[in-house]
Design a protein around this ligand. Structure first.
Ligand code: SF4
Length: 320
């Protein structure tokens, strides 16, 4: 089999669960402290009304949402095991008892082997994670737990410019807390937020590697109608880097990333309807293919430049 140029999440899941495993996205009627006025009411400047919940209808019950997707995915991809993926808004920003109830319902779906909670780094606490873990531990089956944290960039100024209203410190704290409770940790990054450059891209990879996170999901910035970034873009005050530069950034990021970290996506997607800009008007799979082709052409792979931890300056003595 041809060697992979990056560590694919599908392989990571297959190794972990011993079978083809897919996420079942759950869409809940939630909000976020950056939208309800606790921190702000404008949200992150790229976040649309549905906050990434494009795949299911929040009006359906959790079990129905999961069963619909499960049928579809089982037929199409021969999936055997499944992940209950609480993906939209900030899933740990609700009363703990409510989330516990949702998780219990998700665990009634057969062949679910993992629960993934997607959230902001400033909505993670010992008390909360302990409460979720208790529910999962009370199930008869062995269920893994993961937290996916929206970081987007390690650069303080970029986060401020995007109105994220948290910093890298919140992310580091959330990673430590999650690991203490036995959760795996994933990070979401947008590699082309306004203000970031290639130096930030490398530092993103270095920090995630140093923190030994488990998975990462990359996004190219897309602009949903009605967002502040869409307004700035339409008024010519926000530029988006070219597709070629985005591809370069992804490759550089992967080169600096620990090869142990599994990569969920090289770029995201959003419906054209209701969007002002999505992936340079191209199918995300085509751009994905271009990235892989470029990596092969450059004879590079994930982790090729992962040589900067564990006292990198001491390597010269080891070589003597
Ligand atoms: S934290 Fe997430 S849900 Fe909240 S405004 Fe930002 S992107 Fe949207």
């Amino acid at each position: 089999m041809e060697a992979e140029v990056y560590h694919k999440y599908s392989d990571f899941l297959k190794e972990k669960h011993g079978a083809k495993t897919y996420k079942l996205s759950i869409n809940l009627p939630l909000t976020c402290p950056n939208r309800d006025g606790l921190l702000d009411n404008r949200g992150c400047y790229y976040c649309g009304e549905e906050a990434a919940g494009f795949e299911s209808e929040p009006s359906e019950s959790i079990r129905d949402q999961m069963l619909d997707l499960k049928d579809h995915i089982s037929d199409r991809y021969n999936a055997e095991k499944f992940i209950a993926y609480f993906q939209n808004f900030t899933t740990t920003y609700q009363p703990l008892s409510q989330l516990q109830d949702y998780v219990k319902k998700a665990l009634t779906v057969e062949e679910v082997v993992e629960v993934v909670l997607s959230t902001r780094p400033d909505c993670v606490s010992d008390e909360y994670l302990q409460g979720v873990k208790q529910v999962v531990n009370s199930s008869n089956d062995k269920i893994d737990l993961s937290l996916e944290l929206g970081l987007q960039s390690v650069n303080y100024h970029t986060l401020k410019k995007a109105n994220r209203r948290h910093t890298l410190a919140h992310f580091i704290d959330a990673v430590k807390t999650a690991k203490n409770w036995g959760f795996e940790v994933g990070a979401h990054l947008i590699l082309n937020l306004p203000g970031d450059n290639i130096v930030d891209v490398k530092e993103n990879a270095r920090i995630l590697s140093a923190l030994e996170i488990d998975t990462v999901k990359l996004h190219a910035l897309y602009l949903r109608e009605g967002t502040e970034f869409a307004r700035l873009f339409q008024e010519g005050e926000l530029e988006i880097i070219s597709q070629e530069k985005y591809i370069d950034r992804v490759i550089t990021f992967l080169e600096f990333l620990d090869p142990q970290i599994a990569v969920q996506r090289l770029l995201g997607r959003a419906p054209d309807e209701g969007s002002v800009f999505v992936n340079w008007g191209q199918d995300n799979r085509q751009i994905h293919q271009q990235i892989i082709r470029q990596m092969k052409k450059r004879n590079t792979c994930q982790g090729r430049k992962f040589n900067y931890l564990q006292g990198s300056c001491l390597q010269k003595f080891a070589e003597e």
